[in-house]
Design a protein around this ligand. Structure first.
Ligand code: NAP
Length: 283
């Protein structure tokens, strides 16, 4: 059984970015990510710190914009527009959910497709779906990209594989299903209305779970030799766990990601990779 840890994957991506950043710096360009945070949510702050550490460690920059919880729609739109036209900013990340007074769909749409390094806007998703026509022009959201990076790093070729993706959110499950299909997997996208989740999971070669609920997948959902990838992050009794009941399924898996230390460890390096790619396009 192989444990697919995120740290070596993140390291490999970061090392590759460092080389590219050194070349960009010679041209006077420092890849810069603008992070827009509204309010002071603990999980946003933790992610922001992780991103800063990753970017600074690689020689890239983070421009933090912190707005009050009661920020107006007009003020937030002005901020995004300024970042869109700031030539020193190559990527824009806005933490969500945004407060009630903000029309999130409008904000997502405002982000320039060229700087949408977390695939938030409809045009970003549209470019991803039509990837044959927009090759290299779209950034998929960082979390599903991290899953694909994990599979590539650990040498798991998904061509022709049956993959059950559990969860269909526009941030994780849906773009992941599209990306895996584009890599020639046969994908079944499962959700709460799926009739027989056990059966859909059991007959897959790979299960990827992004349901947001601990223990969504247990021993009854798996069969011997599967690759099990857990995207979930849940806090139960002050401990972080995923959506897969790791202890009950590990003996059946051929490969499995831990939580913490799996997919989550790779996402900030993907953020860096996308920002560097965006900066390269400005040369
Ligand atoms: P979300 O928007 O709540 O979507 C959850 C999806 O899972 C929905 O499509 C839902 O189905 C489905 N689902 C929930 N319970 C299910 C069940 N028992 N059986 C089958 N399907 C079920 O969540 P999300 O934003 O995609 O996030 C998913 C998880 O990934 C969360 O734990 C989140 O913390 C984690 N996450 C991790 C990272 C990372 O860096 N590792 C980044 C982002 C998110 P319906 O559509 O029918 O409701």
């Amino acid at each position: 059984m192989m444990e697919m840890r995120g740290a070596p994957v993140a390291k490999a991506i970061t090392e590759n970015c460092k080389e590219k950043i050194a070349i960009l710096k010679e041209k006077g360009i420092i890849p810069t990510l603008a992070i827009v945070r509204v309010g002071n949510r603990g999980d946003d702050e933790a992610y922001e710190k992780g991103a800063e550490k990753r970017f600074f460690g690689a020689g890239a920059q983070v421009k933090k914009i912190v707005l009050p919880e009661d920020v107006s729609q007009a003020e937030l739109e002005k901020t995004v527009n300024e970042l869109n036209s700031d030539k020193d900013v190559h990527g824009i990340l806005i933490f969500r959910p945004l407060p009630k007074q903000i029309d999130e769909a409008v904000i997502k749409q405002l982000i320039s497709a060229d700087k949408d390094i977390d695939g938030m806007s409809y045009s970003g998703i549209g470019r991803l779906v039509a990837s044959k026509n927009f090759k290299g022009q779209a950034y998929a959201p960082c979390t599903p990209t991290a899953v694909v990076e994990m599979l590539d790093y650990y040498g798991i070729d998904v061509t022709g594989m049956k993959i059950a993706v559990v969860g269909r959110s526009s941030v994780v499950g849906l773009p992941l299903a599209i990306m895996l299909m584009q890599k020639n997997a046969t994908v079944t996208l499962c959700h709460t209305k799926t009739k027989d989740l056990r059966e859909e999971c059991r007959k897959a070669d790979i299960i990827v779970v992004a349901a947001g609920r601990a223990n969504t997948i247990g021993a009854e959902h798996v069969s011997r030799g599967q690759v099990l990838i857990d995207v979930g992050i849940n806090v139960i009794d002050d401990k972080i766990c995923g959506d897969i009941d790791y202890d009950s399924v590990v003996k059946y898996a051929s490969a499995i990601t831990p939580v913490p230390g799996g997919v989550g460890a790779v996402t900030t390096s993907v953020l860096l990779k996308h920002t560097v790619e965006s900066a390269e396009k400005t040369c």
